[in-house]
Design a protein around this ligand. Structure first.
Ligand code: ADP
Ligand code: GLC
Length: 489
């Protein structure tokens, strides 16, 4: 089949700008499509981190102000390992350090509707029939792939004959990008999209709702989450819309970047290891205990957590269990930041149990790798989890995860039971309820299994041998793109 031209629009991309899993996906999926021979270009704001990483950029286009509140901007071309990036350079909106969405006090930037309105507008512009980039040869995508609310408004400008087909992928339906109705004019949207089955949502303008209504096809990042978001309990007000568009909705599980997340080659680790060389994993546990200030205990499991600290991740359950975990006995190493109350809670818990519970506040990529390698088991009792990458990293790193049966966690982790041990699919521990008691029972179960060395090794190896390569997910996206192009024409 002929190669496709794909515009992949995103608000973050690892390793330069990353607040969570979207950054990892935006780094890995376009790269996999590029390797498969497709002409994919990534559109991303020129945050300071992008300017620093790519000081030598080529000017692609000067854009005049596209609407009342949108400043003039430039499009710059750079390449990341052969993958073309288009940087949206608008210093008034994007020349701000730190987190792409939050000001230094941790509040949303007041003009996020304008900032990501421009990103969405430019994603649409590049996809419109009457616009093409001169460089290299009147480039226009066949399909534009939009990710989360920050780019989901683009289809509100698309849909004419000759425009690209559009895909909106939901990485997290809890974040919708809802702004005051005045944004309709500020962003220069056509009047006719202000309607119930358009951009309007309870009197506001909703970026995500717009995309879910108006994109050619929509997807989310696991088959289970695709079903869950059609249910009121998970849909954050958008379940009826998703039920209405159920025929257009797919669930495609994210992958793992095997070049970055491979315990045999990971430069961040104290000692490399693999499924058939598991003994060296212990060295990583010792090194992690030292790094995090934990006692060098070898007689108890070490549980790891790497997370945004939010209600979504169910880590309040861990806080409730608190010192019970040390009495298992077990140790706990936590890396995370986010909710101030949770941060304080983990600081306090660690202070009460020095040597047994350690908390590092912040975002630290290298330490995240060392926790995946050094922990015996990984905790992820999320209330909802569109896909979740850390449980897959844990499986790759022989660190059986303890998860709640939701979203991508349900699609990747198989609970240890008599039956799954016999058929050799058991790779972790699954709870159904988001309650401290359910989590406690799972911790006990995991701890008991950990003491049975042979059994534990089997569970580790089962997870380590799974293949979550992006090549597989990329093929599913290609099918989605071709279906969207066929639907659109
Ligand atoms: P989400 O996108 O909801 O945060 P995912 O599991 O999909 O959850 O992806 C989270 C990504 O962010 C993983 O790559 C994880 O390692 C990383 N991450 C989260 N918190 C931290 C942190 N404090 N330090 C380093 N990496 C982190
Ligand atoms: C979101 C979700 C997470 C998912 C990630 C990448 O941040 O919370 O579950 O893995 O996006 O798709």
């Amino acid at each position: 089949m002929s190669p496709l031209s794909i515009l992949f629009a995103t608000a973050e991309m690892a390793p330069w700008v990353k607040t969570g899993g979207l950054g990892d996906v935006a780094a890995a999926l376009p790269a996999a499509l590029h390797r498969a021979g497709h002409d994919v270009r990534v559109l991303i704001p020129a945050y300071p981190a992008m300017h620093q990483a790519f000081p030598q950029a080529t000017l692609l286009a000067e854009l005049p102000p596209l609407a009342a509140a949108l400043p003039a901007a430039r499009l710059l071309a750079v390449e990341a390992d052969g993958l073309p990036l288009i940087l949206l350079d608008c210093p008034a909106l994007f020349n701000r350090p730190g987190n792409p969405y939050l000001d230094p006090l941790g509040h949303d930037w007041a003009d996020n509707g304008i900032r990501f309105g421009l990103l969405s507008r430019v994603a649409a512009l590049l996809s419109q029939a009457d616009f093409s980039l001169n460089s290299p040869h009147n480039w226009r995508p066949d399909v534009v792939h939009l990710n989360d609310w920050q780019t989901a408004l683009a289809p509100a400008w698309l849909g004419n004959a000759g425009d690209a087909a559009s895909i909106v992928t939901v990485h997290n339906i809890a974040f919708q990008g809802n702004f005051s109705a005045s944004h309709l004019h500020a962003l220069g949207l056509p009047e006719h999209v202000w309607r119930y089955d358009g951009v309007e949502f309870h009197g506001q303008l909703s970026f995500l709702k717009a995309g879910l209504h108006l994109a050619t096809l929509i997807s989310t990042v696991s088959p289970t989450y695709a079903r869950e978001i059609q249910d009121e309990a998970f849909g954050y007000g958008l379940a009826p819309l998703l039920r209405h568009r159920t025929a257009a909705l797919r669930g495609i599980l994210n992958g793992v970047d095997n070049a970055l997340w491979n315990p045999a080659t990971d430069a961040a680790l104290a000692a490399p290891y693999a499924a058939n060389r598991l003994a060296s994993k212990r060295k990583n546990k010792c090194a992690l205990q030292i790094e995090m200030g934990l006692d060098p205990a070898v007689d108890r499991p070490l549980f790891g957590i790497i997370s945004r600290l939010t209600e979504q991740k169910g880590l309040d359950l861990v806080l409730t269990l608190g010192e019970g975990i040390t009495q298992l006995p077990a140790q706990l190493a936590i890396l995370g930041s986010g909710d101030k109350v949770m941060e304080a809670g983990f600081h306090e818990l660690a202070a009460r149990h020095p040597g047994q519970i350690a908390f590092k506040q912040g975002f630290n990529e290298a330490l995240a790798h060392r926790i995946e390698a050094g922990a015996d088991s990984f905790l992820m009792p999320s209330r909802f989890e569109p896909c979740g990458l850390n449980q897959m990293y844990s499986l790759r790193y022989g660190t059986p995860p303890i998860v709640r049966a939701t979203g991508g966690l349900a699609d990747t982790v198989i609970d240890v039971s008599a039956a799954t041990l016999v058929d050799k699919t058991a790779n972790g521990f699954v709870i159904n309820e988001a309650t401290p008691h359910a989590l406690w029972l799972a911790l006990e179960r995991a701890s008991r299994c950990w003491h049975e060395r042979k059994l534990w090794q089997t569970i580790q190896q089962t997870g380590m041998r799974l293949d979550f390569s992006w090549e597989h997910a990329a093929q599913q996206y290609l099918t989605l793109y071709r279906d969207a192009i066929a639907t659109h024409h």
